[in-house]
Design a protein around this ligand. Sequence first.
Ligand SMILES: Nc1ncnc2c1ncn2[C@@H]1O[C@H](COP(=O)(O)OP(=O)(O)OP(=O)(O)O)[C@@H](O)[C@H]1O
Length: 324
Amino acid sequence: MAAIKTSGLTKTYGELTAVDTLDLSVEYGEVFGFLGPNGAGKSTTINMLLDFARPTAGTATVLGYDTQAQADAISPRVGVLPEGFDLYPRLSGRRHLEFAIETKAADDDPDRILERVGLSADDARRPAGGYSKGMRQRLATGMALVGDPDLLIMDEPTSGLDPHGIREMQSLVRSEAERGTTVFFSSHILEHVEAVCDRIGVLNEGRLVAVDTIDGLRESIGGGATMELTLADPVGDLPDIARSVSGISEVSATERSLECTITDPTAKATVVTELDAAGATVHDVQIEDVSLETLFTALTNGGEAGDARESPASAVATESEVAK
Ligand SMILES: Nc1ncnc2c1ncn2[C@@H]1O[C@H](COP(=O)(O)OP(=O)(O)OP(=O)(O)O)[C@@H](O)[C@H]1O
């Protein structure tokens, strides 16, 4: 049974179809990245999974329970890091955690949770109103971990974190997964998804346009990785030998190097073996995969909204773009 399963899940707001006949299945124990440009429908999907929004059509189950009919069975087993959560400015971070523990009737040790999310005891004593964005994010993540949930739903969990905080968040997500927690991780920042997720689903304009591992997606859009081989001696007739290898679409040569475009990943080993058999000495091999940016531009048409929805100002972005 899947931890999350949706069938034909649809949400319309007037003329706008925010989520369009979504069929999605997330397995138990998986870290699943839910990726898409701004306005793709990620938060709307999460809201329907949590019964914060009612579907216009279709159904969804979370941990085997129907999201509409059995929402009360779902909420105690799910930890949620919502986008744009509210904190009580005058309450300390620690009090927030204690409150979450009481509300869930859990028996967590607040200090252990603070440590897991990287908030110091001093920080935890301060009113949350004075927290930086990253500290707020850590506290909200800690609150989501209360009660040792079977499923963690995180909407843009790296939002507001500095690079160190992002790495900590990624390792926290992985360690939760190792404890057996299923993690549903929504993001529009490609690198954050790649670093933690087993599989990703790409949502664009409310529709699921791909579900696969990142490697699988790279292959499905035609591979296109390049491989540069540095040779000990002049290339001679080696370009022709490389061209004859199945899975290599193009070969260009300089005096002592070959650059091959790979359409089948298995060609990488074959070409090295073939060159070696022809008497060549390969000094170095460098492989460059299709960039994540290329991948997601291909999947989301650059994030351009093709319908009447308010145009998202930013498409799916790479981290470097976000930093600009
Ligand atoms: N309550 C609402 N009323 C009307 N339109 C809505 C409502 N909630 C969402 N929408 C619209 O539905 C579409 C999907 O929005 P949603 O917030 O789900 O996208 P998202 O992928 O989470 O985007 P982001 O990455 O910017 O958070 C957008 O066009 C949004 O304006």
